[in-house]
Design a protein around this ligand. Structure first.
Ligand code: 6R9
Length: 685
């Protein structure tokens, strides 16, 4: 390293605040700091700004209907179609020849869909779905990897008013069956397989295994042929080849159905504190307005941008910021099928260079991997097209933030660290890249019009610098409306802790802890413990004097592996399903690359040994039930689990052991001696 580089490195390390570069601010979509006040004064009408980004078939009467809170409704009386907003209107405006999707296959092949081409295929597939019998409001399940047919299928569903439920392709057959059963979904679109590090993966076998466990009759299955001759597969009588059907409907035109603003656009299942995943319901008007608005204000997207979000469409990030937000704005959205290190560790930067990507959005876990691989990979490529960088999914530590800023952004791109959730639909806490200074590690203030408070256990706002819980006292257009067919659980999960139903005061509780500084900047510190056992306020959230909030992480039993939420209960039930296992407790422990990794503490049944055979069976059991993402980093066999006198497993201790942290107070334990025993074993492993 030259002296100059070393000086630069040292300066970066010290620096705590970064101004947005002038060159960025000059062209940014939002630059007026007055927007915060303006939104506050005009709330909730300020949200008309978001609705104005869309084309409505029928104008709405009311911005916010709060008569039946917390079942809020937005833009009531309005009607629109999401596929029309993402496709037809851009073609009508003469932009049909511009690229909507630039797809990169893992093996290096590419496919470009212009807005006209995407519209044509969406109409053909919408006609196909109708022919198969799909009606408005039927839930269509999409169990697909990162192939262009996935956004086509989503938009085709949206066109005919059939909500989609996308199940991440990396999830297991069990996960597919659970989700199809829960939504009583009778239609499935899936894929024969896909490529991972050059290998053809069989996906249809997994889909068929899941279908075998669906409790109702599945009327039709459409199968995309991604692997050609690399995988031969037979189709059952109710299974059809995607290309055949689309060819048959090649010239079909399907008018977009006018949907009520509050009609369901899609369902997205996410992990909860109990075994059953939660079916988060998003609507057509509020969700689309919110994702379009945040894509414009936070990601700074415009129609002529090429933008790449490296998430999988199977997660909310891909729904909101690969498909709906960017396409509503007429942007070119890049989609990549594979992994960042195939065929080489510069694959991402090759994609940025080749497509001249303007805005890049990824997860801290990916950034930590890039850091580990070294700066020589991005240095090989021309990244000068980039103007803005973003992160999502988990806290980003200042070191990774600075590496990203320097080695990817060349100190010329602002970084937006966006805190949000499946439930929030879109960004909630982040800086506006053309307005606010950035503080590495801190996501920033709540967005204009988004009220964020960091409170203590009593609901009182904490002082700057102190930790507390994140709360959202006012509704916002992108919010979930309910949990599918389970209004009661919706209230229990999100509106129980801080609301006062008697006074009709409703406060959304995201189950994350955070800290806020004197600037109101919110910093995310990591996952927090179970609310009941929490050693509050060591864990939680912080706000600073500028109102920047540091989010500390989740308070429920959810582990965040590589930015993906896993319910500990789901993993535990998979482990307990393995022969020879009596009891299991699963926690998240710190991990350099993944952020958190799964640590499984297991008690064997009498007569079984905690040996490497059982360990393999446990690992296989978890991978089968949930998917490789949930694979335990370590399986620790123990004769007992640390429990409180009331019999509750003290997860905080298990987490501290897994992360190699101080153990903290063990005095409320029924069996304190077990803690040292387990800790010694983990160290020995
Ligand atoms: C979009 C998404 C939501 C949970 C959330 C929080 C964590 C997301 C974060 C972050 C710190 C950020 N999270 N973004 N933590 N800083 N910028 O990730 O949705 O999969 O539902 O996860 O992820 O714990 O509550 P989802």
């Amino acid at each position: 390293m030259s002296q100059e580089d070393a000086d630069l490195e040292a300066r970066l390390e010290e620096q705590e605040t970064f101004e947005p570069p002038e060159s960025f601010v000059e062209q940014a979509n939002v630059t007026d700091p007055g927007i915060y006040e303006e939104f506050e004064e005009n709330w909730p009408d300020c949200w008309e700004r978001a609705a104005d980004l869309l084309s409505w078939d029928e104008a709405y009467d009311t911005v916010l209907e709060d008569g039946d809170a917390p079942f809020y409704e937005w833009f009531t009386g309005g009607e629109l179609n999401a596929s029309y907003n993402c496709l037809d209107r851009h073609v009508e405006e003469g932009r049909g020849d511009e690229a909507a999707i630039e797809w990169e296959g893992e093996l290096g092949e590419t496919r470009t869909y212009t807005y006209s081409e995407l519209l044509d295929e969406v109409e053909s597939f919408a006609a196909t779905l109708r022919d198969l019998g799909v009606e408005e409001d039927d839930v269509v399940t999409l169990y697909m990897p990162m192939v262009p047919e996935l956004p086509v299928a989503m938009l085709a569903c949206a066109r005919i008013g059939a909500p989609h439920s996308v199940v991440f392709a990396g999830f297991s057959a069990d996960a597919l069956a659970t989700r199809m059963n829960s939504a009583e979904s009778e239609y499935l679109v899936t894929c024969d397989g896909y490529y991972r590090r050059g290998d053809a993966l069989d996906h249809i076998a997994k889909a068929n295994e899941g279908l075998a466990d669906v409790e109702h009759e599945v009327s039709d299955v459409v199968v995309v042929d991604r692997l050609g001759d690399d995988l031969e597969h037979d189709l059952a009588d109710n299974q059809h080849d995607y290309d055949d059907l689309v060819d048959e409907h090649a010239d079909a035109s399907v008018d977009p159905v006018s949907r009520d603003a509050e009609d369901m656009l899609f369902l997205m299942y996410t992990s909860g504190t109990t075994g059953q995943p939660k079916g988060v319901k998003h609507t057509t008007g509020g969700y689309l307005a919110y994702t379009a608005w945040t894509a414009r204000a936070v990601l700074d997207l415009e129609a002529d941008d090429t933008y790449w979000c490296s998430a999988d469409i199977g997660w909310i990030t891909g729904h909101s910021y690969i498909v709906y937000g960017p396409l509503a704005l007429g942007t070119t959205s890049v989609m990549y099928e594979g992994t960042p290190d195939y065929p080489n560790k510069d694959r991402f930067w090759e994609i940025v260079e080749k497509n001249e990507v303007d805005v890049f959005y990824t997860a801290p876990t990916a950034i930590r991997a890039f850091m580990k691989w070294g700066e020589e990979y991005p240095e090989k490529r021309d990244l000068s097209s980039l103007r803005l960088l973003g992160t999502v999914g988990e806290p980003i530590n200042p070191r990774a933030w600075k590496w990203y800023y320097k080695h990817i952004g060349n100190e010329e791109c602002p970084i937006v660290d966006t805190w949000w959730q499946t439930e929030t639909g879109g960004h909630m806490i982040t800086t506006l890249p053309g307005v606010n200074d950035m503080k590495p590690g801190s996501a920033g203030p709540g967005l204009p019009g988004v009220d964020i408070q960091v409170v203590d256990a009593q609901g009182e706002e904490v002082e700057a610098g102190e930790a507390g819980y994140l709360t959202v006292p006012k509704p916002w257009p992108g919010m979930l409306r309910t949990l599918y067919q389970n209004d009661e659980r919706f209230i229990d999960e999100y509106w129980q802790e801080y609301s006062d139903p008697d006074a009709d005061e409703w406060v959304y509780f995201p189950e994350d802890g955070a800290k806020i500084d004197e600037d109101g900047y919110i910093t995310v510190l990591g996952r927090v413990d179970d609310v009941i056992n929490v050693s509050f306020p060591e864990d939680g959230a912080k706000i600073d004097e500028d109102g920047y909030i540091t989010v500390l992480g989740r308070v429920d039993d959810v582990i965040n592996v590589s930015g993906h939420r896993l319910g500990t209960m789901e993993v535990e039930s998979a482990i307990v399903g393995v022969e020879g296992v009596a009891e299991a407790a699963v926690v998240g422990g710190d991990h350099d690359v993944k952020g958190e990794a799964v640590y499984a503490y297991v008690i064997t049944e009498d007569g079984y040994d905690g040996d490497s055979d059982l360990e393999s069976e446990i690992i296989d059991g978890v991978v089968d039930a949930i998917g490789p993402i949930a694979k335990p980093e370590e399986v620790i066999f123990t004769p007992e689990l640390p429990k409180t006198r009331s019999g509750k497993i003290m997860r905080r201790l298990l987490e501290n052991i897994a992360s190699g942290n101080e153990l903290g107070d063990t005095s409320t334990l029924r069996n304190p001696e077990i803690v040292d025993e387990i800790a010694q074993q983990v160290e020995a492993d």
